[in-house]
Design a protein around this ligand. Sequence first.
Ligand code: PMP
Length: 404
Amino acid sequence: MYDVKEIRKDFPILEREVYNRPLVYLDNGATTQKPRCVVEAMTEEYYNVNANVHRGVHFLSQQATELHEAAREKVRAFLNARSSSEIIFTRGTTESINLVASCFGEAFMREGDEVILSEMEHHANIVSWQLLQKRKGIKLRVIPVNDRGELMMDEYERLFTNRTRIVSITHVSNVLGTVNPVHRLVDIAHAYNVPVLVDGAQSAPHFAVDVQDIGCDFFAFSGHKVYGPTGIGVLWGREEWLDRIPPYMGGGEMIGHVSFEGTTFNVLPFKFEAGTPDYVAATGLARALDYITDLGMDAIHTHEQALVDYALERLRTLSGLHVLGDAVERDAVISFLMDGIHPFDMGTLLDRLGIAVRTGHHCAQPLMHRFGIEGTVRASFGLYNTKEEVDVLIEAIERVAKMF
Ligand code: PMP
């Protein structure tokens, strides 16, 4: 039984008011709120365990190391990865994608080689490849998006050439909510012997992800979007690839032996984790993953799908309101525009009514360009949102519309 009222009690921030109104937090696509247990796990580690990991023989360092490696194992189980040595802690999805673009690009791409992306990518999955483009002269090939906000799969197949080296694609659009057919995307790429990176920033929080089932080669997500702390994220990669690509940063922890004549590198995953990691955040992330898996990813998904269906149904009754995208497979994000009202004005006025939504281009300017707009208002749902909050949103939009 999914008891959202009980669940909300785990999130202290949901009790607060803004502008003397109960907070309605619908900006979960940007970041999620934290349950008490996540913050407590981190406080507990700082107060009782804190010591640098992997380095000390002393008691606290060993305990901190055990917590850190247990967190890695939690992430492995969450993604159903084969081995925890395939789990690399990063600062977030952005760093994970940059790591792949930089290191895979270094090892396997040269001038004229191509990466396939899509028109609906977050800037993190565009600009990191453009940096490589500047460095090495690679080319970006782009899968177009149809009017419903879905990838044009026929066009995708046509983009493959003998210079295609990697496909890097978002699992769920942070603007349209479209869930991309990652299994098919991967199968097609693998038929051309091309590996696939999946940006899971907007999928990992909402439904169960199994990287072995998807069949992809790299998968990235952010801790702060799965009810965990900021400053930590994950890159999962197949050992076969991670073994073959060079380290990202140099420093402590990532080495085997250092001398001025030459340095050897540590084994996976440490080869990619230079310097002191945010081991406390890793503990927080592990606690967050426990929290959502205890609730059940399927139960979370069912709850959120019901909210999105209800919100879409109600939004579509509002005259002058347009929902961007109409994908068959969609997740907990809704972007919309209201005739005659700039998204920024809508967002500001909704804020005054206690509702936190996001406005703007959502770090997806090429997608905005595709739809001929500058921005949208985006409501994105999380595991603690309620039908009543959707009603508050709808009434608030109606109220704003009347003011114009
Ligand atoms: N990709 C997608 C699809 C996203 O939604 C986001 C966050 N908005 C990112 C990447 C970047 O995530 P982070 O800022 O946590 O690195």
